[in-house]
Design a protein around this ligand. Structure first.
Ligand code: ADP
Ligand code: MG
Length: 346
C-alpha cells in the first residue's frame, strides 16, 4: 500500500523510475565512456579496448513462473539474457558474477539444478564465472547477474547513433517467445481447472524460444566478418516497437517499419491463428526474443542484404514519428507497447 501523498511507482513505469533516480548522476571518472542509458556501461582507459558491464535480474512471479519453468532452463536463460546485452554493444562477453536470493521452499537439489543451467551457458558461451553473492529471500527466488565483456573501442555500438535513412535490421524471427508464454499460461490454467496433462508437443519451437533463448553471438561474428559496424544496436527484450523506440529516442529520430517485412516463423503464424491474435502484433510488441535490432548506414547495405541471419524491416526517419506501413499500404502511428514490469496489468 502506498500512503496518501506518495507516488505509485506504476505511475512512472520502469523507465520513468530509472530516469527519475538517475538523471542527475554525472560520471566522475574519465574512464566512464558510457554510464547509464545503454544496454551495457562502457569503461575505457584511453586505449583501443573498451570494457562492457551489464546487469539483469530475474525475479520469481515477475519474470518466471516456477510451476512451468525448469530450473536448469532458468539458469541457462539468466546468463543468456545478460550476454545478449553485451552482444547489443557489439562486444564479446567474458566474465559473470551470479547473486542469488533463495526462499526456503527451494532445496539444495533445486539450486544445484539451477546452477547446472548456469554452468552450461557459461560453457557454451565461453564465460568465466568469477563470483557473486548468496542470501535468503523472504519472497521468491531472485537471480541477479552481472556480466563483463570486451570490444575494440571503434566497434562499440550505442543506442544513440542511428541517422535518418539508415536501414533497420533484425536477426532471426519475432514473436515466438511471447507466444510460447501464452501457451504455457493457457496450459497452466487448464491444468489448474481440470488436472489434465498439458498438450505441448505442437509448440516445441515457441516453448524453446521462451524457456531457452540463445544470445546472437553468431550475428556479432557475422558483422565482424563482413566488416560492418552498425550505427546503433539494441537487443529485443521488451518488444520490437519498444526497443526500436529506445534507439530512436536516444538518436532523436523516428522510424518507418513495413509489416510485410517482419520476420515471423511458420510456427508463430500457426499459433497466432489458433489463438486469434495478429502475427504483426506479436512481432511488434511481444518481448523476450533476444534478437538483435540494429541500424546500418545505406552505404553498407550491399554488404549485408544477402545475409540469411538478418532481415531489413524498415528505415530510420528524420521526424520522430513511429510509423508502421501495413500490408494494405495504410500507415499507422505506433505507440510503444512493449512489456514494462511495473505496468503488467496492461
Ligand atoms: P536492458 O533492458 O537492456 O536490460 P534497462 O532498461 O534495464 O536495460 O536499463 C536501462 C539503463 O538504465 C541501463 O543503462 C541500466 O544499466 C540502467 N539502470 C537500470 N536500473 C538502474 C538502477 N536501479 N540504477 C542505475 N541504473 C540503472
Ligand atoms: Mg538490453
Amino acid at each position: 500500500m502506498v500512503k496518501k501523498n506518495f507516488t505509485q511507482i506504476s505511475s512512472l513505469g520502469e523507465f520513468g523510475l530509472i530516469n527519475k533516480l538517475t538523471s542527475d548522476i554525472r560520471p566522475k571518472h574519465k574512464s566512464t565512456i558510457m554510464g547509464i542509458g545503454d544496454d551495457s556501461a562502457v569503461l575505457g582507459q584511453g586505449g583501443k579496448e573498451g570494457r562492457l558491464i551489464a546487469s539483469d535480474m530475474l525475479v520469481e512471479s515477475v519474470h518466471f513462473d516456477p510451476t512451468y519453468t525448469p530450473l536448469k532452463h532458468l539458469g541457462y536463460k539468466s546468463i543468456v539474457v545478460n550476454i545478449s546485452d553485451i552482444c547489443s554493444m557489439n562486444g564479446v562477453a567474458t566474465h559473470a558474477t551470479v547473486s542469488l536470493g533463495i526462499p526456503n521452499k527451494y532445496s539444495v537439489e533445486h539450486i544445484t539444478e539451477l546452477y547446472s543451467g548456469i554452468k552450461m551457458a557459461c560453457k557454451n558461451y565461453n564465460i568465466d564465472l568469477v563470483g557473486g553473492d548468496t542470501t535468503s529471500s523472504s519472497t521468491g527466488l531472485i537471480i541477479s547477474i552481472t556480466i563483463i565483456g570486451e570490444a575494440q573501442a571503434k566497434d562499440i555500438t550505442y543506442r544513440g547513433g542511428a541517422k535518418p535513412n539508415d536501414i533497420v535490421f533484425v536477426s532471426g524471427d519475432l514473436g515466438a517467445a511471447y507466444l510460447g508464454l501464452q501457451i504455457l499460461e493457457r496450459e497452466k490454467q487448464i491444468f489448474n481447472k481440470s488436472h489434465s496433462q498439458p498438450e505441448l508437443e505442437n509448440y516445441q519451437y515457441l516453448l524453446e524460444r521462451q524457456l531457452k533463448p540463445e544470445a546472437r553471438v553468431d550475428v556479432i561474428e557475422l558483422l565482424g566478418k563482413i566488416n560492418i559496424t552498425p550505427t546503433s544496436m539494441i537487443d529485443i527484450s521488451d518488444g520490437l516497437s519498444s526497443d526500436l523506440a529506445h534507439i530512436c529516442n536516444a538518436s532523436k529520430t523516428g522510424f518507418k517499419l513495413f509489416e510485410e517485412q517482419l520476420p515471423i516463423s511458420l510456427e508463430a503464424r500457426t499459433t497466432c491463428k489458433e489463438l486469434r491474435i495478429s502475427p504483426a502484433v506479436c512481432a511488434l510488441h511481444g518481448g523476450e526474443d533476444y534478437e538483435l535490432l540494429f541500424t546500418v548506414s545505406p552505404k553498407d547495405y550491399k554488404k549485408i542484404e544477402q545475409q540469411k541471419q538478418v532481415k531489413a524491416i524498415g528505415h530510420i526517419a528524420e521526424i520522430c514519428n513511429f510509423e508502421l506501413v501495413r500490408e494494405d499500404k495504410s500507415a499507422i502511428d505506433l505507440k510503444s507497447e512493449g512489456w514494462d514490469s511495473f505496468l503488467s496489468s496492461k
